[in-house]
Structure formats: structure tokens, C-alpha cells
Design a protein around this ligand. Structure first.
Ligand code: DX5
Ligand code: ZN
Length: 220
């Protein structure tokens, strides 16, 4: 099994010091940076646009992982890719033509991902596996950081994994929401490739230790 990658979510950082926050998690061993884009419609919260993404792009070489929690994600894909996004995920619940959305992201040169809300069944991916580079499995209802992981997510990951493997897809799995050292081991053992973590990294006393613990490199 390859090493689990850790994606700190900037939602939990101190935005008054975003440059320091980015450098801090990069120095602490982050593998990519997760950007939670919220529009106040798809989710009841409002966050960042492409401007912040472009500013962060100038600070780091880490891959930027943009999670679009918006009602019309197709309209934001190009601005975010131009701002330096390397990976873009759209919520299946927000798009009408998922195949078109995914091929659009890839045509612009970014890796396409599909985000699934906790109540969305694994089967929504049945017809699009060849077009998906990664699945962002929401383990909380999106909108806010600091929530608890919904345990049924673990069963869904197992179902997604068996479906993915049967279809011969190489899509990666990322889990987002309530990830912390106490549940990271179970997620890693299910073959999750990327752990997104806001609170568990940015609010940790020692971010290097927190990232290592999520990866399972230190005693938990
Ligand atoms: C939830 C976001 C998550 C969130 C994770 O809407 O998509 O990325 O920031 O935050 P924690 O790790 O605090 O649950
Ligand atoms: Zn997210």
C-alpha cells in the first residue's frame, strides 16, 4: 500500500496569516493543500474564491486541491484552474451532466474528482469511473470544519473500493471531514489515499506530529 498523503484544509487556518499558515503546514510535511470553496447556497457557509487560490499558488509548489461546494461548479472550474488548481472536485449532487463536468476539468489540465455527500450512494459513480481521478468521500455534511466523522462512511468506502476495483479504475480515494489521528488508522486500512484534515492539523499544538500521526508514522 502506498504512503497515505495528507491534505490540510485551509478552512481551519488563521486567515489573517495565511502565508505563514501555508508555509507552516508545508514545513510540517503536508502533501497537498485542500481548498474548501463554499457559496452560501450549496452549503450554508461562504469561503474563498480564485483570488485566494492564486495568492496561495505564489507561495507554494504543493498541489492545490480545490473542493467546490457550490451550486454551479462548472462555472468556477476554469477560474480555479487558471488560479493554479491542480485537482478540482465537483459534488455529484450539484451537477446535472457529471461526465461533461469531469471531461471539462481534464481538458483544462487539472485532475477531475467527484465529491459525494454522506447520504449519496456509491452507485452514482457506476457510469463515470473511467473519467474520475479521485473520489472525495465526505465523512461529514459539508459546510463546516470541526464536525465528527459519520461512521457509516467506512462501509461506503469499502463499497466504493470494491466497485472501483471491479471496474478496473485507478481512481484514488480521499476522505474529508472529521479526520483525526483516532480514526485515521481505520481509514488507511480501507485503502484511503488522501486524508483531508482541517482541525486535526491547524489546531494541533505540533503540526508536524499531527501530520505524521495521520499518516501512521508515529504512535497514535
Ligand atoms: C467540510 C470541508 C472539510 C473541512 C474539514 O465542509 O469540506 O474540508 O474543512 O475540516 P475538519 O478536518 O475540521 O473536519
Ligand atoms: Zn473539503
Amino acid at each position: 500500500m502506498s504512503r497515505t498523503r495528507i491534505a490540510p484544509s485551509l478552512l481551519a487556518c488563521d486567515l489573517a496569516h495565511v502565508a505563514d499558515e501555508v508555509r507552516s503546514v508545508e514545513a510540517a510535511g503536508a502533501d497537498l493543500l485542500h481548498f474548501d470553496v463554499m457559496d452560501g447556497h450549496f452549503v450554508p457557509n461562504l469561503t474563498f474564491g480564485p483570488g485566494l487560490c492564486a495568492a496561495v499558488r505564489r507561495l507554494t509548489q504543493l498541489p492545490l486541491d480545490v473542493h467546490l461546494m457550490v451550486t454551479n461548479p462548472d462555472a468556477l472550474v476554469e477560474p480555479f484552474v487558471e488560479a493554479g488548481a491542480n485537482r478540482v472536485s465537483v459534488h455529484v449532487e450539484a451537477v446535472t451532466h457529471l461526465h461533461r463536468s469531469l471531461t471539462h476539468i481534464r481538458a483544462l489540465g487539472a485532475q477531475p474528482g467527484v465529491a459525494l455527500n454522506p447520504a449519496t450512494p456509491a452507485s452514482v459513480l457506476d457510469e463515470v469511473w473511467p473519467y474520475v481521478d479521485f473520489v472525495l468521500i465526505m465523512s461529514v455534511n459539508p459546510g463546516f470544519g470541526g464536525q465528527h466523522l459519520i461512521l457509516e462512511t467506512l462501509d461506503k468506502i469499502a463499497r466504493l473500493r470494491s466497485e472501483r476495483d471491479q471496474r478496473g479504475s485507478a481512481a484514488e480515494f480521499a476522505v474529508d471531514g472529521g479526520v483525526e489521528p483516532g480514526n485515521a488508522k481505520a481509514l488507511r486500512s480501507l485503502g484511503v489515499d488522501v486524508l483531508v484534515a482541517g482541525t486535526a492539523v491547524f489546531r494541533a499544538a505540533d503540526r508536524r506530529h499531527a501530520i505524521a500521526a495521520l499518516r501512521g508514522e508515529e504512535s497514535e
